[in-house]
Write a protein that binds this ligand. Structure first.
Ligand code: HAM
Length: 428
């Protein structure tokens, strides 16, 4: 509490993460680390703050993320910075700025960390949220699309999630989309009365987004709209066909979704999302756990050079929510076998040393040096469900002995201190 009696609160939508929740985060990050090793992705970190222009140019000026959701700040020097709302433009910037062009190509990078979007907080939508991201820079082959999708699929599988569904579409290239957009706007204008107020604005700014609006009336309009796939060049068609063939070979189930457009401007060709398929019984829209796709033209916007690329990012909180819904627990933390209790000042000194000895020998030992009462320590040992409690009091210290309590049997005996390790080794 402050002097005036105010209690400090964290800012709306920002996070404190307590240990129990953090164990889910750690579990997910560990799975990412393992898959990154298997698929040869190297971890990178980049700043929380970037030039706002990077996202305005990269993510797109009229995307919700940039137009409405960016946390902006101005430095004393007058520079406009943004709390990173996503990672892809940063990774592309890093690729150029750090000279990754000279590395073996394609360059495969991954990241894990907090991102920020100014939204009104609700389930699955936070102002501060964590993303895990995997990006492949400088690779054009359709096999890479399948390789990346396979990684994400295996990530969700490794977390033991069930009913995973991959939705996939191709957005072609911007010049192909222009033609399509003309016909789409023409169609949408004829149905504009059925569109929600947001989609009315999108009609001029970002008509493609109307296709994946969640409002029922807009979904009805979208169902009758011309389809982008019919406007794609032969090359893009083939690329997409190859991706789907690879996915068939890998036996990754997918659903073609012609309305999947994603919310960011840079996508070209393949776009995909992983959702949990809730089945017919549950009609509530599924949250997207992972979203991504190709962004073959983004590098040109940011670094002035052509670097075809692709990637995807998963919302860590959303993945955790799906795990909880399916009753999946993160693996429980290492349970201790031994509790080391101490009584009296001399014993505390001895016990501190003995604790270190046990720990270094690889025993799963715990203690509570903040408590003096033996009763309180034994209570804690019971709560933790340890197998043995070692008790060191003044008498034990004087006689170089330790009292060993077998917690399951409730029996206890006193053993010479130098024989304790041997005894524990035999028993554990
Ligand atoms: P995105 O679809 O904007 O894509 O975000 C990816 C994932 O982050 C979403 O599917 C969702 O799980 C999670 N997410 C997004 N916003 C929030 C939020 N406010 N609260 C909680 N979770 C959220 C991107 O960010 C791209 N950078 C993905 C990508 C990487 N594309 C190519 N490479």
């Amino acid at each position: 509490m402050t002097k005036s009696g105010d209690v400090f609160r964290r800012p709306k939508g920002m996070k404190d993460i307590l240990p129990r929740e953090l164990s889910y985060f750690n579990r997910i990050e560990r799975v990412c680390q393992r898959l990154a090793k298997d698929y040869r992705f190297q971890k990178v970190a980049f700043p929380i703050l970037e030039e706002a222009r990077l996202f305005q140019k990269g993510t797109g000026l009229y995307t919700d993320v940039v137009e409405k959701q960016m946390f902006l700040l101005r430095t004393k020097g007058g520079q406009s910075l943004a709390l990173r709302p996503e990672g892809t433009p940063s990774v592309v910037r890093l690729y150029f700025q750090e000279g990754l062009k000279s590395w073996f190509q394609p360059v495969q990078l991954w990241y894990f960390g907090p991102f920020f979007r100014y939204e009104s907080p609700q389930a699955g939508r936070y102002r501060e949220f964590y993303q895990l991201g995997f990006e492949i820079l400088n690779g054009e082959s359709s096999a890479l699309d399948a390789y990346l999708i396979q990684l994400f699929y295996n990530l969700l599988k490794a977390l033991r999630l069930k009913n995973i569904m991959l939705e996939i579409n191709s957005l072609g290239l911007p010049e192909e989309r222009q033609e399509y957009q003309k016909d789409l706007v023409c169609y949408l204008k004829n149905h504009s009365r059925q569109l929600c107020p947001t989609c009315h604005t999108r009609l001029t700014n970002n008509p493609l987004r109307i296709l994946d609006c969640r409002e029922e009336s807009c979904r009805g309009v979208a169902r009758g709209a011309p389809q982008l796939i019919d406007y794609l060049s032969k090359e893009c068609h083939n690329h997409f066909k190859e991706v789907l063939e690879f996915l068939d070979d890998l036996e990754i189930p997918y659903r073609l979704n012609p309305y999947l457009v994603r919310g960011l401007d840079y996508y070209t060709r393949t776009v995909f999302e992983f959702v949990i398929d809730k089945g017919e019984a549950d009609s509530s829209p599924s949250q997207t756990l992972i979203g991504g796709g190709r962004y073959d033209r983004l590098a040109e916007l940011i670094g002035g050079e052509r670097v075809p690329a692709l990637g995807g990012a998963g919302g860590v909180e959303r993945i955790i929510e799906a795990m909880k819904e399916q009753g999946i627990k993160p693996s429980s933390p290492r349970k201790p076998d031994i509790f080391l209790a101490q009584l009296g000042w001399q014993a505390k000194r001895e016990a501190l040393r003995f604790f270190e000895e046990l720990r270094k020998k690889g025993f799963k030992v715990t203690a509570n040096f903040g408590k003096d009462s033996l009763r309180a320590q034994l209570k804690r040992a019971n709560q933790l469900g340890v197998k043995y409690t070692l008790i060191m009091g003044a008498e034990e210290v004087r006689r170089q002995r330790v009292t060993v309590k077998d917690m399951r049997r409730g029996t206890q005996k006193t053993i010479e201190r130098k024989k304790v390790l041997q005894f524990l080794k035999r028993k554990l």
